[in-house]
Design a protein around this ligand. Sequence first.
Ligand code: FPP
Ligand code: K
Ligand code: ZN
Length: 502
Amino acid sequence: MPLTKQEDPEDTLDELLQNKARIEELPSDQDDAFEDVESDDSGIPFPGKPTKRERRAEADLPLWLQQGTINLFHDELETTTTEARQKATNDCLPLLTGRRTENLALNSYGIPHLHREGHAAFLHSQLDTFPAPYVAIDASRPWFFYWTMAGLSTLGEDVSHFRDRLVETVRPLQNATGGFGGGHGQYSHCAGTYATVLALATVGGLDMVDRKAMWHWLGTVKQADGGFCMAIGAEEDIRGAYCAMTIITLLNLPLELPPDASARSAGLTSFTDRLGEWVGRCQTYEGGIGGAPTNEAHGAYAFCALACLSIIDAPHISIPKYLDAPALLSWLAARQTQPEGGFQGRQEKLVDACYSHWVGGCWDLMQAALSPSPSASNCEVKDVWNRAALIRYLLTCCQQPGKKAGMRDKPSTRPDAYHTCYSLAGLSHAQNHYHYDGSAATRSESGRLMAAFNWTAERATEEELREWRVERGDVVECVHPVFVLPMGVVDGVKVQFENGTF
Ligand code: FPP
Ligand code: K
Ligand code: ZN
């Protein structure tokens, strides 16, 4: 279906809110829908005519999990993907409805508590030596440093005692020509460098970074069309744009391109030249963002695009300037899957906990972009996504039980550090509020990009927690909406590199 472009982002917001309200206002007495359901052994709770007891249990469920609502959304055409999606739904529903529970302690609403000790123990285990087959992900070692440090911080653990160990571990990964490789002797790469810089930031170890060499190396990956390659001679995609601008801003590197940067020969003088336009070219006919111009829209890239634009200027300036914000808003709103309540990465595909961050993290940025009065806090902007549903998905379906627990993509998968980190970040987006201060300066006197430093976090009220069926003790720490770091760490880095000289 072609997208209709709309003049005003607020029109789209209104329309989405009306749709959401329509769903919320469905009559709670869904008797007709119950009678229509055929018994199909699909694992869906209450197949066939529900008994009285089942009707009572059903009455306690949020509306999006009630049988009548579930069947409102159904694909006519059966494909391998719809079958896979149905299986995922069948695996999730008993956990979502409490019909089946993992071995997890329940809160007073009957939803599992956040299994903090288990997830922390799992993340600690991810810092040990791995068995031989893991050599395949040797180039991703910096990601394990970031996922573990960020995940533990989001759980509220102080990770500063890892500083010396991390600094000595990443020292051989830093190349004399600038940047970090994924492993010993590997070329510098935007992803590995981003992960290393973020991990070092969480433990207070950033002074080991050779900033001047980093600036030179980033000059070699900046392209004449405005984007960034992931490494010298590697693919140009939107991860590079987000990773590079994060590194430049956190470390307060000069925005001017180094004298030897090849993009200079095309007339570019700054890292930000043609960047917003290049990000804009990644938006697809669907309204979402592809990894590069002409690629399929994917939620992970939507976050990279929005975060990159939120670094180069205030979100309410740069996002509507370079993107069709209403089209993106519609696309993002369609990514929350029903009945699971988590997010999918792209049209038609399966719910996956990591998108709790990649898509879930877009809302803070989009809501700031669409805030009607950017100088005020943006809390008046209503959600067009369902926080309670995401929280329920993460706590009921994505927590591995046990001593070394961890979080997982979905019930049929095993936990890993990546999904643990981004599930916790997603939980933080859902459980906390983030405000952009539109009255704050977007440039420092020396020219540093300041927009990403203008965020504050706010805790949910008791009333919200009750509405989401969350107990205060299960709320995670606030995660910076652009840099995906603890808020306090970003404050520290801002000051640490205030003086941008080499
Ligand atoms: C598809 O995988 C996934 C992608 C095309 C994008 C993956 C990118 C990221 C997760 C983040 C990149 C960001 C940075 C900062 C490095 P799939 O087909 O296995 O999954 P799907 O079915 O859910 O789409
Ligand atoms: K996936
Ligand atoms: Zn995933």
